[in-house]
Design a protein around this ligand. Structure first.
Ligand code: PLP
Length: 521
């Protein structure tokens, strides 16, 4: 007889779980209602959380009350509230209630969908939910989908597939020490997200293989320079393998000319990956169709429902027109994972095993939340919210444009506004045609004799320092949180709308705080 400890499993009983579960749902509902009452940006100092907790695990189990007390006392102050309607930093996101409930269910079910038989429901629901999303974003049925955790992973898989397609026998022989393989090249714009750099590094191309094509004044890749770069590289004996175009870049949400880039990739026979991690969902809006022209000719496309589709982190949707190449790169079935029909993916009854389409073996039941969210909101519900966020951002952009102390630094195609304070700039620009703004020696081209404004103009370095101080002052209020980027050397503030609870009141308050803070500097 094997001795049984006093508590048979050590886990909560069903009744204890019921009680704690109800309490927790109550806690979450109160939090969702009151997210706005917290300072949006956490105010703890580095080390505060670590120092508030014991350095070692307890020898004996503790009560759930004690654990929750520490959660409230130590951890909650260390939360930056991405659910706060005043969260305007990076890309604003939402953990919508159906998504939260789906994650709760998914944890309880603990499905591990590596093989079809280890979770037929998770495997097939992924196909169904991604099929819906594919149709909503207007991709043809030739694109097959798979869910990864993040866009960084989606892009890594795209680049590895591009390598598989371009380099003979690369899966077996790799890249190192091969005299038959020239140095490879991947192209993207100077605005592309750093996940492309990481993907290139991880896929073994070497960081130098990434050639960044300059963007135009609207931060869009210059396709004429892409053509030149490829020709130059071919002439130097390099092997162009892939190009990455972005619909909604991270700094300004600019849109690369996908159609022109698709033409180039087709002519050059290189893989086209389109990064729509943030902007991709707007393919659901007919009025945004111009941004997506040519997308159907891409080899792969990533869109992150955890960015602007109200899905709790994490869920990235990867669509690929050549998933056979992804499988060729990644599928590998050790004996212990063989199931009837495995090893023969083309057999009519062979089920799809999700482990074949990526690095990960084990995978969470992420499709549940995407499916529940799409059902709960409906396509029209999603479109309405996206449009509202775009309208809020455009309203904010119009306030910036109308204020003589602020200026916009990039177009606003979606829901992010890039701007800065430039005290008095509106007065200069209004009736004159100034050159040299920011240099400290501004003159009007139209005035004769030339009119100089050197006394009033702030040099770029001073403007950068001013805007950095402004951002810190705004974020210290705890009411809103904005982040920054640098555009053409200019310190730029970004206001990103994307949370479902954000309304005109919150965007208006952000604008009020910005103007008041500028006066107070
Ligand atoms: N691509 C773009 C355009 C992004 O803005 C981001 C993140 O903000 C990423 C990729 C990376 O996303 P993830 O955090 O899902 O890897």
């Amino acid at each position: 007889m094997i001795e049984n400890p006093a508590r048979p499993t050590g886990d909560m009983s069903a009744d204890q779980f019921r009680q704690r579960g109800h309490e927790l749902v109550e806690w979450i509902a109160r939090y969702m209602e009151g997210a706005e009452t917290y300072p949006v940006l956490s105010r703890v100092a580095p080390g505060d959380i670590r120092n508030g907790l014991p350095a070692s695990a307890p020898e004996s189990g503790e009560s759930f009350d004690a654990i929750m007390a520490d959660f409230d006392r130590v951890l909650m102050p260390g939360m930056t509230h991405w659910n706060h309607p005043g969260f305007f930093a990076y890309f604003a996101i939402t953990a919508s209630a159906p998504g939260v409930l789906a994650d709760f269910l998914s944890s309880a079910l603990n499905q591990q969908a590596m093989l079809w038989r280890t979770s037929p429901a998770a495997t097939e629901l992924e196909e169904v939910a991604l099929g819906w999303l594919r149709q909503l974003v207007g991709l043809p049925a030739s694109f097959e989908g798979v869910i990864y955790d993040t866009a960084s992973m989606s892009t890594l898989h795209a680049l590895t597939a591009a390598r598989e397609a371009a380099v003979p026998d690369v899966r077996r022989l790799g890249l190192a020490g091969r005299s038959d393989v020239p140095r490879l090249r991947v192209y993207c714009s100077d605005q592309t997200h750093s996940s492309i750099d990481k993907g290139v590094i991880l896929a073994g191309f070497g960081h130098e293989a990434l050639r960044k094509i300059p963007s135009d004044e609207s931060f869009r890749m210059r396709s004429d320079l892409l053509i030149e770069a490829i020709a130059e590289d071919r002439a130097s004996g390099l092997l162009p393998v892939a190009a990455v175009a972005t619909i909604g870049t991270t700094s300004t949400t600019s849109v690369d000319p996908v159609s022109a880039i698709a033409d180039i990739c087709a002519a050059e026979n290189i893989w086209l990956h389109v990064d729509g991690a943030y902007g991709g969902v707007t393919a659901m809006l007919p009025e945004c169709a111009q941004h997506f022209a040519g997308l159907a000719r891409a080899d792969s496309f990533v869109v992150n429902p955890h960015k602007w589709l109200f899905t709790p982190f994490d869920l990235s949707a990867f669509f690929c027109r050549r998933m056979d190449v992804v499988r060729q790169a990644f599928s590998l079935t050790p004996e212990y994972l063989k199931t009837p029909g495995s090893g023969n993916a083309s057999a009519p009854a062979a089920p799809r095993n999700l482990m074949d389409t990526g690095v990960q073996l084990g995978r969470r039941f992420r499709s549940l939340k995407l499916w529940m969210i799409l059902r709960y909101f409906g396509a029209e519900g999603v479109r309405d919210r996206l449009r509202y966020h775009i309208r809020l951002a455009r309203a904010f952009a119009s306030w910036v444009d109308a204020d003589p102390d602020f200026e916009r630094l990039a177009p606003t195609p979606f829901s992010v506004v890039c701007f800065r304070a430039n005290p008095g700039v509106g007065n200069w620009v209004g009736s004159h045609s100034w050159t040299g703004i920011g240099s400290g020696h501004i003159s009007c081209e139209k005035c004769d004799p030339p009119q100089l404004l050197s006394g009033r103009a702030m040099a770029e370095t001073d403007l950068n320092a001013l805007n950095e101080r402004l951002l810190n002052a705004v974020n210290q209020t705890g009411e809103v949180f904005l982040s920054h980027t640098v555009l053409h050397g200019r310190y730029t503030l970004r206001l990103a709308v994307g949370n479902l609870k954000t309304t005109e009141r919150h965007v208006g308050r952000a604008w009020e705080i910005l103007r008041d803070s500028l006066r107070g500097l």
